[in-house]
Design a protein around this ligand. Structure first.
Ligand code: UDP
Ligand code: MG
Length: 138
């Protein structure tokens, strides 16, 4: 069984869409195996977004991501990484089709409701970034 790391971003929390978004994943057969509410600090955001930390939009992104507590969740199921990314839609909410989470609820390329791991390898790294081994019930 594959796992993936999900972050319900500040816009998702502010819009009170946590239950709605988690329901999409659960209806697709993914199980919650870890969860925590946390406010993301600058050092952790630099690590999590290392692949884009040198891009001009990063400071604004980091400010947004740290603006309120977010729900961090590990999901488990068949093809969990691809399943979650498909439900989420493309990064830019404006280009995301209706019926995807970002297409239905996102604002733009930055404020886009939810993070999901992009590969099983990165999922393992990201899950261990946010959870101790005994916090993952898999
Ligand atoms: N992002 C942004 N501007 C961009 C591209 C990305 O603000 O031009 C933000 C956006 O919140 C995105 C995150 O950086 O979700 C991570 O980017 P990535 O390319 O990994 O997209 P994702 O995997 O989230 O679809
Ligand atoms: Mg990504």
């Amino acid at each position: 069984m594959e796992k993936t790391l999900i972050i319900l971003k500040p816009d998702c929390m502010e819009k009170r869409l946590a239950g709605t978004v988690l329901n999409r994943f659960q209806e697709a057969g993914l199980d919650i195996v870890a969860a925590k509410l946390t406010r993301l600090q600058p050092a952790l955001l630099r690590e999590h977004y290392a692949h884009i930390a040198d891009r001009p939009f990063f400071p604004e992104l980091a400010q947004f991501m740290g603006s309120r507590p977010v729900l961090v969740v590990a999901l488990q199921g068949e093809d969990a990484v691809a399943t979650a990314r498909k439900l989420l839609g493309p990064t830019d909410s404006k280009k995301a089709p209706k019926g995807t989470i970002r297409g239905d609820y996102g604002t733009d390329v930055s404020v886009n409701i939810c993070h999901a791991s992009d590969s099983p390898e990165n999922a393992a790294i990201e899950i261990s970034r946010f959870f101790a081994p005994n916090e993952v019930y898999a």
